[in-house]
Write a protein that binds this ligand. Structure first.
Ligand code: TYM
Length: 333
């Protein structure tokens, strides 16, 4: 069975629709036929120096949202990154194989460091993609389901894997493949449909958070930016706003974009938005109820995470020993 690994940062109280459609729904589908590990990457969240109590809460909330979306702990290994110390340990080794310039070319780092300035930019933000490579390589991962914005980080993981294999022997680590589903690879901001939907957007009005009040969500959809003509047609270049709404509609309803185009022929943007708002609210309402059930029982949630961490450690330990050994570190025994 092919091994899958992926993760999300607990940097917000709620995941947003891009996380869900770009990644989480695919995680749920992939767990059926694969050996999957899904991680809440709390160490990555430290790069932005969160409030400690808030981080702890968000880590549980993120895990609860994985479960509510359908990640099944009897099929998949669900765990928290910091519970498996091998992630940080392998990250150190990999950082010694990463060029300074190579890390500096990561576009997410360039964007973030430009925003925070040189003193506000931590070394952790710089080495962030190296920790991500460690996450992936630790589990001999074959496939990494992510959204388009993670493609460059995945390339770095692949380069590092190939470098280790060239240096220490070709079976040192597995070279991972990226798994990006084209249709939902990039969900766009409702107010600025040329920018990706993101928790760090300037205005909250373009964002759909999974735990937002459904009434607020419906309103945001109804006020989504479209264009001046009236045709409901999928054309991301000419009609980014309408195309984004069609993408979301299709992904949440299971109806194809072509059939939606047909059904809305001759109808107005208002009709499309009204129906989409209903579809989104119809998804969010039971989803939120499930999240609240999981959060109402933190002891059970923590037990799931503890169990996942134990399973993850048995795999991670073997890989780390192999890489430590090939790197020339003296065995402990
Ligand atoms: P993060 O937490 O920013 O996002 C989690 C996942 O959601 C996807 N995503 C989107 N997909 C489509 N449209 C959008 N607007 C959108 N916004 C976010 C992301 O591509 C991602 O798949 N570095 C990673 C977390 C990570 C990781 C890993 C992922 C750490 N280690 C190992 C895979 C494997 C991140 O910050 O994702």
């Amino acid at each position: 069975q092919q091994r899958i690994f992926s993760g999300m940062q607990p940097t917000s109280d709620s995941l947003q629709l891009g996380n869900y459609l770009g990644a989480l729904t695919h995680w749920v589908a992939l767990q059926e036929e694969h050996d999957a590990l899904y991680c809440v990457v709390d160490l990555h969240a430290l790069t932005v120096n969160p409030d400690p109590a808030v981080l702890r809460e968000r880590t549980r909330r993120t895990a609860a949202q994985y479960l509510a979306a359908g990640v099944d702990p009897s099929r998949s290994t669900l765990f928290v990154q910091s519970h498996v110390p091998e992630h940080a340990e392998l990250a150190w080794v990999l950082s010694c194989h990463t060029g300074f310039g190579e890390a500096g070319r990561m576009t997410q780092f360039k964007d973030k460091s430009a925003r925070h300035g040189s003193e506000g930019t931590t070394v952790g933000l710089f080495t962030y993609p190296v920790l991500m490579a460690a996450d992936i390589l630790l589990y001999d991962t074959n496939l990494v389901p992510v959204g388009e914005d993670q493609r460059q980080h995945l390339e770095l993981s692949r380069d590092l894997a190939q470098r280790l294999n060239a240096r220490f022997g070709k079976d040192t680590v597995v070279v991972p493949e990226v798994h990006i589903v084209k249709e939902t690879a990039k969900i766009y901001d409702l107010q600025d449909p040329t920018a990706k939907m993101s928790k760090s957007a300037e205005s909250p009005n373009g964002l759909i958070e999974l735990l937002d009040d459904p009434k607020v969500v419906a309103k945001r959809i109804r006020s989504a930016v479209t264009d001046a003509d009236r045709e409901i047609r999928f054309d991301p270049q000419a009609k980014p706003g309408v195309s984004n709404l069609l993408t979301i509609f299709s992904a949440l309803s299971g109806r194809s974009v072509a059939s939606l185009e047909q059904d809305y022929e001759g109808k107005g943007y208002g009709d499309l938005k009204k129906d989409l708002a209903e579809v989104v609210v119809g998804f969010l309402t039971p989803f939120q109820a499930r999240v609240h059930d999981y959060l109402a029982d933190p002891a059970s949630l923590d037990a799931v995470l503890a169990d996942g961490a134990e399973k993850a450690r048995t795999i991670a330990g073997v890989t780390l020993d192999r890489i430590y050994d090939r790197s020339g570190l003296l065995p402990r025994r």
